[in-house]
Ligand binder design. Structure first.
Ligand code: DX5
Ligand code: ZN
Length: 229
């Protein structure tokens, strides 16, 4: 697929979500929707009714990132609400394989997220069940946090697993992704980039997205994992 940019509406104006999504529609690939429940993370955002309305009005597909407990129970509802990609946290799922299969059965891309301290290796054999692996580059819960470089070796190891097993799996990074960090992420092996404050905090959203994409593409072209592709 190449480089994809998924701006997070966590940093947008929640009183005008339709308008805020329209602002990124010309340049972005996805809309990243952060769902928080004050149990998995110490913050609350939105739930299925808002996702359903947003899916109805958005030109871009919704990339739902569920930072909620009891993912097995709640995640399918986001597919039914109209998301095109649904990502649950493995730390919040009792049966990630069953849940990933259920999501795929509902016709959406199945994503699984790992917090910074959660290693990827225990899940190596599950990766074939997934369409997306999200590696959090901050502790989930808030926008505008500082990027955690310590996650980059895990991104690299995840990319090695994807390459070795010849998987069709997107590797997403989320948290602190901006002009000063996106190249390191791409070089390590990420190909889907979530950016909240780096996009919605910019004066020109189009230019911010286009700039991030160009940086990520250039770093990918020179990377160890995708050189020449
Ligand atoms: C944080 C969310 C992120 C957040 C990223 O828990 O999952 O998607 O919006 O925001 P920035 O890009 O500002 O770090
Ligand atoms: Zn997110």
């Amino acid at each position: 697929m190449g480089v994809q940019i998924s701006p997070s509406i966590l940093s947008a104006d929640y009183t005008d979500l339709a308008g805020e999504v329209a602002r990124i529609a010309p340049a972005a690939d996805w809309v990243h929707v952060d769902v928080m429940d004050n149990h998995f993370v110490p913050n609350i955002t939105i739930g299925p009714p808002v996702v359903e309305r947003l899916a109805a009005v958005s030109e871009l597909p919704l990339d739902c990132h569920l930072m909620i407990t009891d993912a097995d129970r709640w995640a399918p509802g986001y597919a039914e609400a109209g998301a095109r990609s649904v990502t649950f946290h493995v730390e919040a799922s009792g049966a990630p394989v069953r849940l990933a299969r259920e999501l795929r059965g509902l016709g959406v891309r199945a994503g699984m997220a790992l917090k910074p301290a959660t290693p990827v290796e225990p899940y190596a054999d599950l990766l074939g069940e997934l369409d997306l692996l999200l590696l959090m580059t901050v502790e989930p819960g808030f926008g505008g946090q500082k990027f955690l470089d310590l996650v980059l070796p895990k991104v690299r190891r995840a990319r090695e697993l994807v390459k070795d097993r010849e998987l069709d799996l997107w590797l997403q990074v989320d948290g602190g992704v901006a002009a000063d960090t996106i190249e390191r992420c791409a070089d390590a092996g990420a190909d889907v980039f979530v950016a909240g404050s780096a996009v919605y905090g910019a004066d020109d959203l189009d230019a911010a997205i286009t700039g991030l994409r160009a940086q990520a593409q250039a770093a990918t072209d020179q990377s160890w994992w995708a050189a020449g592709h």
